[in-house]
Design a protein around this ligand. Structure first.
Ligand SMILES: NC(=O)c1ccc[n+]([C@@H]2O[C@H](COP(=O)([O-])OP(=O)(O)OC[C@H]3O[C@@H](n4cnc5c(N)ncnc54)[C@H](O)[C@@H]3O)[C@@H](O)[C@H]2O)c1
Ligand SMILES: N[C@@H](CCC=O)C(=O)O
Length: 543
């Protein structure tokens, strides 16, 4: 029972710690890394109140140090998916009935635990499990995840406040019900924040969730699950299971109570999900919500008026931070002929200055890519460019999986504007340049817009305001996040709501109010105080 209306103001973004030599946060992080490396984790699934173990254990290795074993997780099968659905549905009524301020308190407490006691551990887990350097881990697993939790509490409070008008003699109100059934959260390897946000945003709205992370992100995912439980999340509200994607889909997408999927990952997987859900429509109680943020082929368009250093920095950071494993990563760049030689020279120098290696050496800018499958896929694109007559390697191109999955940041120079690495998502440290005649800006705008099926992020680098105006207008549908004189990565919750359209997803802008509407089903209630007691209209009465 709520006996008041409670206020959750817009929070400030969590400050990014700097980890400078001698700082307290650096000391705590080093200690956490050492602790996590010294143990062999035994990671269960979390289904209802049970920690479930199986006889199928999968080893976890840091991508940059594959000889080391961080621990094992217990892989589930179809029956665990069914158990997770049952546990979710059993928790549903009590969770939906819990007053909003108590639900909110759990997620705000989880944010505070992440910001304090567990900050070094969630960062260490992300660094070791996903091969992120300290800065990339801090902005992801600490700051962005904390922001998702705090901002979503604020946004949901704003939604609950939105109420319809009432004419005299009546009162109208809106209830924002959770969806009828369970929600499935399927999460990618590359961001601990996204992995944590997809189940919690739906759960915050009163839904119960079956959460399946990527196998390569389980190490940090299970730590976040433990934090949620410590913050007071009731058992069964979020059920964390490790199963193959198709196994999950087979059980969840056939279930009568399937109410929605919150997905982030590749376009191909999302398309398969959508197709399966479509085929099963007749089985469901309600039309399921299908929310997916998917792939990208993100561009940087440099105008002839650009500042060369701004362009080069946007490319080096945009393309290569976290080894290019961001859906937003700059992976195709259009360079005007008047600046091409200067830009190429500075890019070569920049790439040659990168230090690559383990995350434990904080001076390494580049670490490993996530796994052998990714390594092989990325290397195949690089090898293809080495063989091609339509492209050449400007810098980089070395790959080794001896100690870890290391791919040297690579820049390809394409002569054909439709060369494969200008069109397809690679999801690795590979940037392709195409040099265009500096006076053909309008033509290149058309090229940028039509070269790839994706529309996630993009940047225009220019000093000339008319070029910025033209690019902003013509590329309106080419990116859901458009940047002027900046890299196309690094969206901040509450500042640049994130998501794209076309083949990049449903553009429901994770971490914004728009996303939360997808996990709510409104009910309108009208109460009439003096109801009519005669069906006739006034004009029907005899004079
Ligand atoms: N647009 C965004 O906001 C955003 C953010 C992060 C990542 N991404 C995209 O994610 C991809 C990289 O992440 P990834 O490699 O983890 O993606 P992925 O598509 O391989 O996997 C994502 C999740 O889907 C699961 N999955 C795989 N096949 C499945 C199936 N048939 N049925 C159900 N689930 C299945 C995986 O196990 C994982 O949990 C890139 O394409 C990237 O652009 C997009
Ligand atoms: N939101 C992140 C990208 C997430 C996808 O991987 C960014 O803006 O760089």
């Amino acid at each position: 029972m709520s006996l008041g209306t409670f206020h959750y103001p817009m929070p400030a973004n969590e400050p990014v710690l700097q980890y400078a030599p001698g700082s307290k946060e650096r000391e705590l992080l080093k200690k956490a890394i050492a602790e996590l490396k010294a143990q062999t984790a035994d990671i269960p699934m979390y289904i209802g109140s049970k920690e479930v173990k199986t006889n199928k254990k999968i080893a976890l290795h840091p991508p940059h140090e594959i000889k080391h074993t961080l621990g094992y997780f217990h892989m589930g099968d179809e029956k665990h998916v069914q158990q997770a659905i049952d546990a979710a549905l059993a928790a549903k009524n009590d969770w939906a009935a819990m007053p909003w301020e108590d639900r909110a308190g759990i997620f705000l407490k989880a944010a505070d635990l992440l910001a304090t006691k567990y900050r070094p551990y969630i960062n260490a887990a992300t660094m070791l499990g996903q091969s992120k350097n300290v800065f990339q881990a801090e902005i992801d697993s600490a700051c962005e995840l904390i922001d998702f939790l705090r901002f979503n509490v604020h946004y949901l409070s704003e939604i609950y406040k939105q109420q319809p008008n009432s004419a005299p003699g009546m009162h109208n109100r809106m209830e924002y019900r959770p969806l009828e059934g369970f929600v499935v959260a399927v999460t990618p390897f590359n961001f601990t924040a996204i992995s944590g946000n997809l189940p919690t945003s739906a759960a915050m709205c009163g839904n119960v969730v079956v959460w399946k992370p990527a196998n390569t992100q389980v190490f940090a995912a299970q730590m976040f699950m433990q934090i949620l439980l410590e913050a007071g999340l009731p058992h069964g509200v979020i059920n964390l299971i490790y199963v193959d994607g198709p196994v999950l889909g087979k059980i969840c997408f056939n279930h009568r109570d399937f109410a929605g999927v919150h997905f982030t990952g590749s376009t191909g997987v999302f398309n398969t999900m959508w197709e399966t859900i479509g085929k099963n429509m007749a089985n469901y109680k309600s039309y399921p919500r299908i929310v997916g943020e998917t792939g990208g082929k993100d561009f940087v368009l440099v105008h002839k008026s650009a500042d060369v250093d701004v362009a080069v920095t946007a490319l080096l950071r945009g393309a290569f931070e976290y080894q290019g494993q961001k859906c937003s990563a700059a992976s195709r760049a259009y360079i005007p002929s008047n600046l091409a030689e200067k830009i190429k020279k500075k890019l070569i120098a920049g790439v040659n200055s990168f230090k690559m290696g383990s995350v434990e050496d904080f001076s390494n800018f580049i670490n490993a890519v996530i796994d052998e499958r990714s390594f092989d896929k990325i290397k195949a694109y690089i090898d293809g460019a080495k063989r091609s007559k339509k492209a050449s390697i400007l810098v980089g191109g070395e790959c080794s999986k001896k100690e870890g999955y290391f791919i040297q940041p690579t820049i390809i120079l394409a002569e054909d504007p439709k060369y494969v690495t200008l069109c397809e998502e690679i999801f690795g440290p590979v940037l392709t340049l195409y040099v265009y005649p500096a006076n053909e800006f309008e033509e290149v705008l058309e090229l940028v817009d039509t070269t790839s099926p994706y529309a996630l992020t993009g940047s225009i680098i220019a000093k000339d305001r008319s070029a910025i105006v033209l690019a902003t207008e013509r590329l309106r549908n080419a990116a859901g996040n458009f940047y002027i004189n900046d890299k196309p990565t690094g969206a901040v919750v509450g500042q640049q709501p994130f998501g794209g359209a076309r083949a990049s997803g449903t553009n429901d802008k994770a971490g914004s109010i728009l996303n939360l509407y997808r996990w709510l089903s409104a009910r309108t209630i009208k109460e009439t105080f003096n109801p009519p007691v005669d069906y006739g209209y006034p004009f029907m009465q005899e004079p």
